[in-house]
Design a protein around this ligand. Structure first.
Ligand SMILES: [Zn+2]
Length: 171
């Protein structure tokens, strides 16, 4: 097993105080953000296209994402229950991403300025904001922007308009 793999497995270790990260911690930090990006991208794609992620991410990561974690089925209180044993936080993230992928639950990034949240859009292909709040906030923002632009445009115009008005008055 490779070193980077082992590091990713220790994703739960965290520098709680405000000390600068040590070199191994920095490596872990880079790797964690790499995995976060990979899982985010996977959630926005069709499960059948995940193999293509190898173009942007280490092949071993993508292979790991595509490898199902051991699943056991057991009877709990009479009902069969599926169980995946996770060794780390990364395992949990991979499993939930896999389950979403298998269920065809694609997600997209909210288009509201400064949000960046992933959200499942289901059958609503046209949905571009994660919540009503984001949609409303962006609508207000866009409205203000349009108003500013209109004012700006009007402010830049007067010279020509004034000439025309003077011209008409002179008739
Ligand atoms: Zn949002």
């Amino acid at each position: 097993m490779q070193g980077s793999y082992v590091l990713a497995r220790n994703i739960t270790s965290k520098n709680g105080n405000d000390q600068p990260l040590s070199p191994p911690q920095r490596l872990l930090d880079v790797e964690c953000s790499g995995w976060r990006e990979l899982l985010r991208d996977a959630l926005q794609m069709d499960y059948s296209d995940w193999k293509q992620l190898e173009r942007e991410y280490p092949a071993e990561w993508v292979r790991e994402l595509l490898t199902p974690l051991p699943l056991t089925v057991e009877a709990r209180e009479g009902a069969p229950t599926a169980r995946v044993v996770c060794q780390s936080l990364l395992d949990v993230l991979i499993v939930t991403t896999q389950l979403d992928g298998i269920r065809g639950l694609r997600q997209r990034v909210c288009r509201a300025d400064g949000c960046g949240e992933l959200f499942p859009f289901g059958n609503y292909e046209g949905k571009i904001y994660c919540t009503y709040e984001c949609a409303h906030r962006q609508a207000v923002r866009d409205g203000r922007k349009r108003k500013r632009q209109a004012i700006e445009k009007a402010r830049n115009k007067p010279k020509k308009a004034a000439v025309r008005t003077n011209g008409r008055k002179a008739k």
